[in-house]
Structure formats: C-alpha cells, structure tokens
Ligand binder design. Sequence first.
Ligand code: ATP
Length: 225
Amino acid sequence: MSHAIDSLCPTHPVIQALFGGTFDPIHYGHLHPVEALAHQTGLKQVILLPNHVPPHRPQPEATAQQRLEMVRLAVQGNPLFTIDTRELERTTPSYTIDTLESFRQEFGENQPLAFIIGQDALLSLHTWHRWQELLNICHLLVCARPSYQTRLSTIEMRQWLTQHQIDDPALLSSKPNGYIYLADTPLLRISATDIRQRHQQGLSCDDLLSPSVQKYIDSQGLYRQ
Ligand code: ATP
C-alpha cells in the first residue's frame, strides 16, 4: 500500500513541480498519473506548462489559446494544479532547459524543483537540447505509460539513470535537483493523438477526458478533420 509522503514526514520542504505538454487536448492520461504521483511523492502543487510548439514541428490542431482554455477547464476547481503561460506567451519557442532555468531563477537555488514527464518522454530524453544538464536544475519524476519499453536505449542513458535514480521519494525534498524517480502510476492507454482521431471518426471520448473539455471541443468544432 502506498502512503502520501506527507503523513510520513510532515516537515519536508515543499517541492515545486512542473508538467509540460502540448495538451492538444489535455486528457486523463495526463492528469490521473500526475495526481497519483503527487500522492506518492507529497507534491502539493503541480504547475501545468502548455508548450509553444516550434514552427518546424508538426503543429497542434488547436490554437495556443484553445489548448490553454482546455487546460483551464480540465483543472478548474482542482487545487493540485495551477497553470503557467510563459511558454505560450513567448514569440519564439524555447527549449525545456531554458524554461527550467527561468523557474530556477524565480524559485532560488535551494528550492526543490521537479519536472514531470511520461515514460515515452524519458525514452527520447537524449534527443533534448542539453539533456544532461536537466538534472543540474531539477529532479525528474517519470510517470509510467503503457506500450512504451522501460529499458533506455543507450548505454550512456542507462548509466545516467543508474547514477541518479532513487527508490525513496522522500529524498526529493532533501535537495534542490539531481534525482530521477520512476513512479508507479496507473497505466492509462490514452493519447491526444488517439483522441483527435476518435473525434475525426465521430467516436466517443467520454472516458478519456473531462466533460468540460469535451464540451469545449464540440463547441469549437475541434478535431473534426
Ligand atoms: P500526442 O499524442 O499528441 O503526442 P500526448 O497524449 O503524448 O500527445 P503530450 O501533451 O505530448 O500528450 O504529453 C505531455 C506529457 O504527458 C509527456 O511527458 C507525456 O509523456 C505525458 N503523457 C501523455 N499521455 C500520457 C499517459 N497516457 N500516461 C503517462 N504520461 C503521459
């Protein structure tokens, strides 16, 4: 049985956690694993960070404004989540590491800071700009995701994981950055790609995202073609 860290260790410093994504649209596969992760690790707050998608990448179907509105609707009334729009407000895209550096500056050097990703993102992390410096700024918290292998693809990454991985999430609040925690979160076979395809085919997405987001998608006529 898992315990909330809070009940075990009432004096730990608060960990600030960030969760970035395209959120085209935001769905239960984003929210439920992160809620479970928060319970396991004692996170009080998760800052959702809708991404600015660079022009040379496949563009989201929804506009930045629509993606942000869906994020707002999805977490309305849920005290775990707040939203930060700094990436969307930029006129040029930034690398994740730049965004993390801006949060680090804001929070100060002693604040435990964590960046949340799914297992698929961990597998491709070595393609990210300055990926080896990420742990100089934050911890990495990884949510399980079905259909993705658990073994990292290169020796360099496997060594990096071994050097930084912790099994006890209570350690996350003991230093500002530098740990990787692979969380045992619920496996949800949900992706935004699948949701967009289901809408195109006129199929129901009732169990995949929140009713308020579904209503918004319908009202905006999103993902129909
Ligand atoms: P798409 O299908 O358009 O690629 P996506 O559903 O993977 O989108 P993103 O917005 O790209 O969603 O993902 C943001 C973050 O959420 C990433 O770190 C990703 O690994 C994680 N994530 C997305 N879906 C899940 C899921 N079902 N389980 C665990 N993590 C997830």
